[in-house]
Write a protein that binds this ligand. Structure first.
Ligand code: SF4
Length: 383
């Protein structure tokens, strides 16, 4: 704790975002970076708590509290305050293989459990994390580090999402020869196709890391669905060990009348096709277009928000987001005390964009779909 009065001297501050009305015309990331002096002030707000709840990942009342991968948050907050960015990066990498992913897409339960959050806005942990790793890449500090010796053992990792990439990185670091099998045409799983480009840039962020892993000796085999194009027996014959990191890609359906109608899609069909088409140049038209359409997004979580942001970039005519839960309060209630995940109202990027274009937060609460109506030609017309 370099500055004992930092949490009194400085207010919580985040970098500006590109204006919602401007950013919906492209697929680029929308957070600006903060200048170093301001970031150091934000690092100074950390109190280096005796019990740093921020890095004690646990479940409280069924919700994540603190960092699930136990990032050494107070340590790198202090190093950032002191301007020791390289050292901060080393501390960050001790617990986190890919901070450029978590620093962009993690919902930050660390901030929900930050002790400062008891009576003041919490430390901007997520933004500091993202700034440390982005600076590391910019300065060339994040470089390929192939293992010095090889064990001669071969490991197959099935699936190249976050878990598969982490498993591959750790096993490779231990000296094993690692091959990652991916059924899609590009590696990354959810990072590549589940999360839209404006939240996590595919070329500049995801592919950059995968290329580094290749330089470290990891082999990626895409378009290869294990169990279909490659049998379990063949894997067992060819490798000493197999790690299954296949994710949970089975969607939860809504079995109501009219579900089979044209125009009703799962989120991942919409998001995956959009990103694939975007990366292929958007010329092939192989995506579900929301252009000029009246769009309803069912579900008020992060994936729903990503669908809202994607539909906004397509240029939808209207947009409504349906949330089954009640509208959250602006502040914590007494039955949701710190350090639980704060169940409070948030305006995420997608809703912010919809509000900028249509004048209001697109969400309605305590609602769900009970029936989709047919336009007599097999196309959904209302809900
Ligand atoms: S809980 Fe908050 S103030 Fe305390 S060490 Fe963690 S980030 Fe710093």
């Amino acid at each position: 704790m370099g500055k004992p009065t930092g949490f009194i001297d400085y207010l919580r501050e985040l970098p500006a975002d590109r204006a919602p009305g401007e950013r919906i015309s492209d697929w680029d990331e929308f957070h600006y970076h903060m200048e170093d002096p301001k970031l150091r002030q934000q690092g100074a707000r950390c109190m280096d708590c005796g019990i740093p709840f921020c890095h004690t990942g646990t479940l409280i009342s069924g919700m994540a509290s603190g960092c699930p991968i136990n990032n050494l948050i107070p340590e790198w907050n202090d190093l950032v305050y002191r301007g020791l960015w390289r050292e901060a990066l080393d501390r960050l990498h001790k617990t986190n293989n890919f901070p450029e992913f978590t620093g962009r897409v993690c919902p930050a339960p660390c901030e929900g459990s930050c002790v400062l959050g008891i009576n003041a806005p919490p430390v901007t942990i997520k933004n500091i994390e993202c700034s440390i790793i982005d600076k590391g890449w910019e300065k060339g500090w994040v470089a390929a580090e192939p293992p010095k010796t090889r064990t001669g053992r071969k490991v197959a990792v099935v699936g190249s999402g976050p878990a598969g990439l982490c498993a591959a990185a750790q096993l490779n670091r231990a000296g094993h020869w690692v091959t990652v099998f991916e059924r899609e045409d590009r590696p990354g799983g959810l990072l590549m196709y589940g999360i839209p480009n404006m939240k996590l840039d595919k070329d500049k962020v995801v592919t950059r890391r995968i290329k580094l892993m290749e330089q470290e000796g990891i082999r990626f085999v895409c378009n290869c669905e294990v169990g279909r194009f490659l049998s379990a027996k063949q894997l067992l014959d060819d490798f000493d060990a197999i790690v299954l990191c296949t994710g949970a890609t089975k969607p939860r359906d809504l079995p109501i009348e009219g579900r089979q109608l044209k125009g009703v899609h799962f989120a991942m069909e919409f998001l995956t096709a959009n990103t694939r088409s975007l990366l292929d140049g958007h010329r092939n038209g192989n995506f579900i277009s929301a252009t000029g359409k009246d769009v309803i997004v069912i579900g008020g979580g992060d994936t729903g928000t990503d669908c809202v942001g994607t539909a906004m970039r397509h240029g939808c005519k209207t947009l409504l987001q349906v949330e089954i839960l009640p509208k959250p309060p602006m502040q914590r209630t007494s039955d949701n005390p710190w350090p639980e995940w704060p169940k409070v109202y948030r305006l995420d990027y997608g809703q912010e964009e919809a509000a900028a274009k249509f004048g209001d937060d697109p969400r309605i609460y305590l609602s769900t779909a009970t029936k989709f109506d047919d336009d007599d030609h097999g196309q959904v017309k209302s809900m």
